[in-house]
Design a protein around this ligand. Structure first.
Ligand code: SF4
Length: 433
């Protein structure tokens, strides 16, 4: 694509596709400006040699991308200079979390740098076989809150519905690694009927979050059946979809999908972003289509050691997200999932990053940093301590630069005492039309 040219939206028939070689040129230097003296990874969609003969139409067809996912060591070796740690990791991933990466996401990897953030997220490493004592199979205690298979009901007014166990790419730090990728199937009709029956009997539930796996990997017809039947329940006010597809398989965001989803507003979409390198022209287009469809877009980011645990990377990510109309929503402390200790940072690192965002960039770009309480206690927000002390009649606060300010609290008791006698009577208790 030439500079200034507009990328055509993908369509279900994939008839309009951008010229691939030119597109790469426009993406080459997206993040070439280093920040705070650090080198920022460049965003680059470089089609590896093995797919050079693939037509534009195929490359932009999400089903082609899914069919051609990299799932074996042999396939990956042809594209990436694998390290011993990665080779051993892939060998040991059998029977654990499967390896699967779309050709598109593979094309963002640096084939010679094992610390490439895209590569670190998707290629297993030998560290995964190390299990620490604190890790759990089901770190958020979802299974014990599942009244019906596929439905997690932990909070009074909302539920989580796991509609498939398939993802376009399996993230090595996935909280649901106990479930995802095992059969690559969607929820059975029988289980879905059970879910509907349960929801009909629980009228306090007003919000359903579709997740998995990735709900956007379902065919439009199946996804529409699920959405329409949920929407038909009068007490379900809000539908939400949690997805990583706009990042790992942006070709899936087609006009047909958006038109179908638009029928089920209010529908919110939470997108799992991890690193600024993920924001390519393809992703911009996908998020633009979703934003134009009227879906409020939020991002959820897992804090990952060696991937995004530096303030300048997180700042770049949240700023780039706002530019594509995605509101940074949560930064998650990495859950205590089996085999993921090498991804975990200290909580202090997360708090420090928040301290470098608040005040230093647009408030809209500042997400909430949360620890999802181990065992199922829900999200606990954390931030730097801005309260220096609480005294009688005042609170002492610190701003983002460390400057100290006093805020006098209103003295309600004093105020009441000073009120002239009989004033209460003069204020009408009830105003009637
Ligand atoms: S996309 Fe989400 S559910 Fe799928 S592997 Fe990644 S983190 Fe897990």
């Amino acid at each position: 694509m030439r500079e200034g040219e507009k990328m055509e939206p993908a369509s279900d028939s994939n008839l309009s596709v951008p010229p691939r070689g030119a597109r790469r040129a426009s993406q080459l230097y997206l993040f070439s400006l280093p920040m705070e003296g650090e080198k920022m990874e460049e965003s680059r969609e470089t089609v590896p040699q093995v797919w050079k003969g693939v037509s534009e139409k195929e490359w932009n067809d999400w089903r082609w991308q899914l069919r051609h996912r990299i799932t074996t060591l042999e396939q990956l070796k042809e594209i990436i200079d694998l390290t011993t740690e990665e080779i051993e990791g892939i060998k040991h991933s059998k029977g654990r979390l499967a390896l699967a990466v779309t050709p598109y996401f593979t094309s963002l990897m640096d084939p010679t740098n094992p610390n490439c953030p895209i590569r670190r997220q998707a290629i297993p490493r030998i560290e995964e076989i190390h299990l620490s004592k604190s890790e759990m199979v089901d770190p958020l205690g979802e299974d014990k809150h599942a009244p019906v298979p596929g439905l997690v009901h932990r909070y009074p007014d909302r539920v989580l519905l796991l509609v498939t166990d398939q993802c376009a790419v399996y993230c090595r730090y996935c909280t649901r690694r106990r479930l995802v990728g095992s059969s690559e199937r969607s929820i059975t009709q029988g289980n879905f009927e059970e879910v509907l029956k349960y929801l009909k009997n629980h009228r306090k539930v007003r919000d359903v979050l579709l997740s998995g796996g990735d709900p956007l990997l379902l065919e439009n017809e199946r996804l529409e059946e699920i959405l329409s039947r949920l929407r038909a329940l009068p007490h379900i006010e809000i539908l939400r979809i949690g997805t990583r597809v706009p990042v790992t398989l942006p070709q899936r965001i087609t006009g047909g999908l958006v038109r179908m989803l638009k029928k089920y507003h209010p529908l919110m979409i939470s997108i799992h972003f991890t690193h600024p390198k993920e924001i390519t022209d393809q992703v911009r287009r996908a998020c633009g289509e979703l934003a134009d469809g009227g879906f409020p877009l939020g991002s959820q980011t897992v804090l990952l050691k060696g991937i995004n645990d530096k303030p300048y990377i997180m700042k770049k990510l949240v700023q780039e997200l706002l530019k594509i109309r995605v509101r940074p929503y949560y930064i998650y402390q990495c859950d205590l999932v089996m085999g993921t200790e090498h991804f975990r940072t200290s909580v202090a690192t997360g708090i420090q990053i928040m301290g470098k965002l608040r005040g230093y960039t647009t408030g809209y770009a500042v997400p909430t940093y949360v620890v999802d309480a181990p065992g199922g206690g829900g999200k606990i927000p954390l931030q730097p301590d801005y309260v220096v002390s609480r005294g009688k009649g005042k609170i002492v606060l610190r701003n983002y630069e460390g400057r100290i300010f006093e805020y006098p609290e209103p003295n309600i008791l004093e105020f009441k005492k000073k009120r002239p006698m009989g004033e209460e009577k003069a204020i009408p208790k009830k105003v009637t039309a």
